[in-house]
Write a protein that binds this ligand. Structure first.
Ligand code: SF4
Length: 301
């Protein structure tokens, strides 16, 4: 089926079935365009908790769909491709987390949203890149075990009056964004502002003009009088930037920051998912209960 026809079919199916489609900013542009809501992890988890539809089709990676299921256990949550994982989340293995907790008995565990439900269930709270600092600051206690992204943790630990133990994990997509790769673009576009995600390495976040979560980057571009930007995050984000700030110029470092896992969600798979009701997301009850506590704690904080 041709792309436009496929999109029309998907829109018809979701309306007939009363399904809400949520999509992350890192999704393919054509997938973002059939979604009812596009956002970052924090916005998507809020939306998943509030939606009235009985079925949520989640275009993102599995840990995101798990959150939707945990927050709305009575609803059907579908993911078009259940093997779309997160390489950062893979770096925090539950057994290892349990062992590390024993080494830091008084530390509060703050898990980045990019973890699987089993790890969230072992944590005191979760956070997203949009609220990580606030959550770490407001969390009671003087010591924090932050996992799994060492770059995000280190970026906020610098300005916190607490001891922060960092997990040795990183997002391979953002880790590839080096200062050198940004400088190469800047050479030809000296006026461009450098805006980056806090999952980038410290050498990048230290020198950038603005550091923020994906939604904060999109908003920054809208509010800024600047006309061109070098964007240090996954390339799918540029789709919303272009839509919300038409006429402005967006440049990416090379090699292109592309998340293969996010791109596993295609229009064909979304169509099949709606048509056949696949693939339902399930989270074991006990794990879901504990993970929900950590997610709710984030909203409280
Ligand atoms: S961009 Fe990085 S953190 Fe985000 S889903 Fe892909 S691998 Fe995970």
């Amino acid at each position: 089926m041709d792309k436009t026809v496929l999109q029309q079919e998907i829109i018809k199916l979701k309306r007939n079935q009363g399904v809400i489609i949520l999509a992350h900013y890192y999704q393919r542009p054509e997938v973002q365009d059939i979604a009812d809501f596009v956002g970052d992890s924090l916005e998507l988890s809020r939306k998943a908790a509030q939606t009235e539809e009985e079925t949520i089709l989640f275009c993102g990676v599995t840990f995101m769909a798990e959150i939707a299921k945990i927050l709305s256990p009575q609803k059907k949550v579908l993911i078009p491709y259940p093997l779309a994982g997160c390489l950062l989340a893979d770096m925090a293995e539950p057994r290892e987390v349990m062992e590390t907790k024993k080494d830091h008995p008084s530390a509060k565990v703050v898990a980045y949203v990019n973890t699987y439900a089993q790890v969230k269930a072992l944590s005191d709270t979760i956070c997203t890149s949009a609220n990580a600092r606030k959550v770490m600051e407001k969390m009671e206690g003087e010591e924090i075990l932050f996992l799994p992204d060492k770059n995000l943790g280190a970026y906020h630990a610098k300005t916190l009056n607490k001891k922060v133990v960092l997990w040795n994990g990183h997002c391979p997509v953002h880790q590839r964004i080096t200062w050198e790769s940004i400088e190469r673009v800047k050479k030809d576009h000296p006026q461009a502002l450098i805006i980056v995600h806090p999952e980038c390495p410290p050498e990048v976040t230290e020198k950038a003009d603005f550091v923020g979560s994906t939604s904060q980057l999109v908003r920054f571009v809208q509010d800024s009088p600047a006309q061109s930007f070098i964007v240090g995050t996954e390339d799918g984000t540029l789709h919303q930037m272009k839509k919300k700030s038409p006429g402005k110029t967006f440049l990416l470092p090379f090699p292109l920051p592309l998340c293969d896992q996010m791109k596993m969600i295609t229009l064909e798979r979304v169509y099949r998912s709606l048509k056949e009701g696949i693939y339902p997301v399930e989270v074991e009850e006990e794990i879901a209960m504990k993970a929900e506590k950590a997610i709710t704690r984030m909203f409280e904080l």
